[in-house]
Design a binder for this molecule. Structure first.
Ligand SMILES: [Fe+2]
Length: 183
């Protein structure tokens, strides 16, 4: 696992299966190689442009928080549903870490060096490009399913419990910012 990825994602250490942890990290390494953005950019840029450039929640703050919230949800389900509803924590954590990895391919730099949505991102939103990157790195289908279904596109799909956890963790921390614009 390279240093840039391990510094961006301390949560990779929560994945117990060595093979899955490595494949998850490798997917981020590949995305960074192909992206106009660097790890430092991700720790600096706001996670949504909806609230202007001064938002104090960075891209990484949001992505990491989704992993933390989804993990808490998965642990609660595993401890309180008497085995009737179970969550594979490795799959959940890997999928949560990879949910937005495809966003790194959505950006291009404009003539002023500012990151804007590019042609690739216009045609293939990050749930699709994320699956493509993850499969290239050998991630299993149950993890790719979480990437594929974490956003609105996934409303057409029968989600796994792990995918529901990631979807809701993502949207509960995004929609309130979007709602602010309506006030
Ligand atoms: Fe997303």
């Amino acid at each position: 696992m390279n240093k840039e990825v391990s510094e961006l994602w301390p949560e990779l250490a929560w994945i117990e299966n060595n093979d899955l942890r490595e494949k998850t990290a490798k997917t981020w390494e590949l995305a960074l190689q192909r992206s106009v953005l660097t790890g430092d950019d991700l720790k600096r840029i706001p996670f949504t442009l909806l609230c202007g450039p001064d938002l104090k929640v960075t891209f990484m703050d949001h992505k990491r928080s989704v992993v933390h919230i989804a993990k808490d949800a998965g642990n609660t389900i595993n401890s309180m549903y008497n085995g009737e509803l179970t969550v594979d924590m490795d799959v959940l954590i890997s999928g949560a870490i990879l949910a937005d990895v495809g966003k790194l391919l959505e950006y291009e730099l404009d003539e002023n060096g500012k990151a804007v949505q590019g042609t690739y991102g216009k045609y293939l939103r990050h749930p699709f490009s994320g699956v493509s990157l993850a499969e290239e790195c050998g991630c299993p289908p149950e993890v790719c399913h979480i990437i594929a279904t974490h956003a609105g596109e996934g409303n057409m799909v029968k989600r796994t419990t792990e995918a529901y956890c990631v979807h809701h963790a993502d949207f509960m921390t995004f929609l309130p910012f979007k709602e602010r614009l309506k006030v």
